[in-house]
Design a protein around this ligand. Structure first.
Ligand code: AMP
Length: 303
């Protein structure tokens, strides 16, 4: 047996990794770990990890000496207590995946670490004007305030050179860019395309809660977006939206569409323009809320 093959087998066994992944639980451990690290890439997540998250990890590993992933289901960004309670959690599986991906450190704070009792959080409360009131903001009141608060805190604590976000949560991405501009936090925000299942369904932790048939059905959301992309220059925007909605409703009356919008990619305001436009959808499939988006001017979000 050649040495090369032995190395591959050892690597599969994790014996060949460059040392164990650090598990950091509080600010002190994080501070001690990050001291003297060269460049730090940071990937904030809420766990129940999938390949969408891992695509951010891979980008971070390529661009930084050290990658820190956080796992924290942030209670402040859930407007619905049942949604928070049912949010999928599997820390052991997540840690295993991150070890396999050769992540350097995982930060797993408790709510008390992120929100010390008695702390004045007003410095972490931001106003994003229309960016936080349309689409997701309209249907999930308080969601972006809570999300921006925790991201602001994480960026202050981890002090990364670069932080990685998926374009699946496009509105979140724009708000984070706005947050960084407002606060002057010295971090570069990097964004990555949407990773999808074979049927086009955008990968999401919430997909774990869908049965096999509903996962298949949920591919219809992306198919609607693709249909809008394919027909974008064929009809006025209002007609495109109405037709896409009617097609989806007639195919799957049981899918409950929350919004299906065409909006400007910078302001996120609804637009009738044929330039810089994106389509966004939020819908319930079997009671699970899913979101997705696509660029309409040629560039695509496909894998
Ligand atoms: P979450 O754990 O859902 O808060 O997501 C953590 C990060 O992963 C966010 O920046 C998401 O936009 C990103 N992400 C989630 N799903 C995907 C996906 N399917 N493709 C790319 N990035 C994703």
């Amino acid at each position: 047996m050649s040495t090369k093959i032995v190395k591959i087998e050892l690597s599969g066994n994790k014996l060949f990794s460059f040392g164990p992944m650090h598990i950091l639980r509080d600010r002190r451990e994080l501070e001690a770990y990050r001291a003297n690290r060269e460049s730090i890439g940071f990937v904030p997540t809420m766990g129940a990890l999938h390949d969408g998250h891992l695509s951010l990890v891979r980008a971070s590993k390529q661009e930084n000496a050290c990658t820190i992933v956080s796992i924290f289901v942030n209670p402040r960004q859930f407007n619905n207590p049942e949604d928070l309670e049912k949010y999928p959690r599997d820390l052991d599986a997540d840690i295993h995946l991150l070890e396999k991906a050769r992540v350097d450190a995982v930060f797993v704070p408790t709510a008390e670490v992120m929100y010390p009792p008695g702390e004045d959080v007003s410095t972490y409360e931001h106003d994003f004007a229309a960016l936080e009131t349309v689409m997701e903001g309209a249907y999930r009141p308080g969601h972006f305030k809570g999300m921006a608060m925790v991201v602001h805190k994480f960026l202050e604590m981890v002090k990364p050179d670069k932080a990685y976000f998926g374009r699946k949560d496009f509105q979140q991405l724009l708000i984070i860019r706005n947050l960084v501009k407002k606060t002057g936090l010295p971090v570069e925000i990097r964004s990555l395309p949407i990773r999808r299942e074979e049927n086009g369904l955008a990968m999401s932790s919430r997909n774990q809660r869908l049965g096999e048939k509903d996962r298949e059905k949920a591919g219809a959301l992306f198919q609607s977006l693709q249909w809008m992309q394919g027909n974008f220059y064929e009809m006025p925007v209002a007609e495109l939206k109405n037709t896409a909605r009617a097609r989806l409703e007639s195919r799957f009356p049981e899918i409950e569409i929350e919004y299906l919008e065409i909006a400007d990619a910078n302001t996120l305001r609804p637009t009738n323009s044929k330039e810089n436009a994106m389509a966004f959808i939020a819908a319930y499939v079997a009671g699970i809320r899913l979101i997705d988006n696509i660029e309409l001017n040629g560039r695509t979000n496909q894998p």
